[in-house]
Ligand binder design. Structure first.
Ligand SMILES: NC(=O)c1ccc[n+]([C@@H]2O[C@H](COP(=O)([O-])OP(=O)(O)OC[C@H]3O[C@@H](n4cnc5c(N)ncnc54)[C@H](OP(=O)(O)O)[C@@H]3O)[C@@H](O)[C@H]2O)c1
Length: 262
């Protein structure tokens, strides 16, 4: 286990700075003078991005460029969180870091364009692509499933999108290690294994000891504004090359359910 003991970690949120405001971002970064900036802020509502592309690009691409410019000016290193949705989902084996980006949604395009701009502006930045995040402290898939399962006898969940659930606790530990290793370039960081949303939901309901029936359905049946990749499993080879391993997603889910109960 890796803990960030000796360094000072400062959490900033949207009340401290809107990343669309380049001057404010620059001022804050100069004031804090960090060694590393971990940029997790984003407009993450994938369907919302489809309806409001201006906002998606303003926050996810141009906001990220503002943070990268401030990092460049102050000599800070930047770790940018990106997404499996930069891929089109046509592969049937895990995506490697060098595979071509071909996003299918506005959200995915805004992240893909940010990646390209950041690498131009700050060649030593670290881009961490992750997927299907869950954890305490915000809306996430397991939380939604548990709330729905408490009030419904059956749940329909899509079974034709495959990816890898990732526990924010495990991702945070990996981020610390990546910073400590002075990592540059693109890294894929997810929990181990893969599943469909249906399989994930089944495991959540079972893990919580609920009797709700989960039924597999197609994405077509649950039509949403943004198209999602059918397969977005990210390869672990980039993490393995750095000597970092993340636990399997089932183990991560068990720890999340425990944390949620306590
Ligand atoms: N969730 C996933 O499954 C997933 C998968 C792959 C990659 N990622 C990436 O991982 C990162 C974290 O995702 P998440 O799901 O934890 O995100 P989240 O829960 O939606 O949180 C996003 C954060 O960004 C802040 N934010 C939004 N617009 C902002 C702006 N203009 N200026 C400053 N802050 C702003 C939000 O603040 P307010 O709440 O105050 O608006 C919020 O604190 C994102 O970069 C996302 O693209 C997520």
């Amino acid at each position: 286990m890796c803990e960030w003991r000796s360094d000072v970690v400062t959490g900033l949120d949207s009340r401290d700075a809107d990343i669309r405001d380049g001057k404010r971002v620059q001022m804050l970064v100069q004031e804090q003078s960090p060694d590393w900036i971990v940029l997790a802020a984003a407009y993450t509502d994938v369907d919302g991005c489809e309806r409001n592309p201006e906002m998606a690009f303003a926050v996810n691409r141009d906001g990220a460029v503002n943070v990268a410019s401030a990092a460049r000016m102050t000599g800070a290193r930047l770790l940018f969180l990106s997404s499996d949705y930069v891929f089109d989902g046509t592969k049937t084996v895990p995506y490697e870091t060098g595979d071509a980006r071909n996003p299918r949604s506005v959200y995915g395009r805004s992240k893909a364009e940010a990646e390209i701009k950041l690498r131009e502006l700050l060649p030593n930045c670290c881009i961490v692509r992750t997927s299907w995040l869950f954890g305490l402290g915000g809306k996430c898939f397991p939380d939604t499933i548990l709330k729905l399962a408490a009030s419904r006898p059956t749940l329909d969940v899509v079974n034709d999108q495959r990816g890898c659930p990732t526990y924010t606790v495990d991702l945070a530990r990996t981020i610390v290690q990546l910073c400590q290793k002075n990592t540059e370039g693109i890294v894929h960081a997810t929990n181990g294994g893969d599943c469909t949303w249906f399989e994930f939901a089944e495991e959540i309901v079972r893990g919580a000891g609920l009797g709700t029936a989960v039924r597999p359905v197609s994405s077509e049946k649950m039509a949403r504004p943004a198209s999602r990749p059918a397969y977005s499993v990210l390869s672990h080879s980039s993490l393995q090359a750095l000597g970092i391993t993340m636990p399997p997603w089932r183990d991560a889910l068990r720890r999340y359910l425990e944390e949620r109960r306590s």
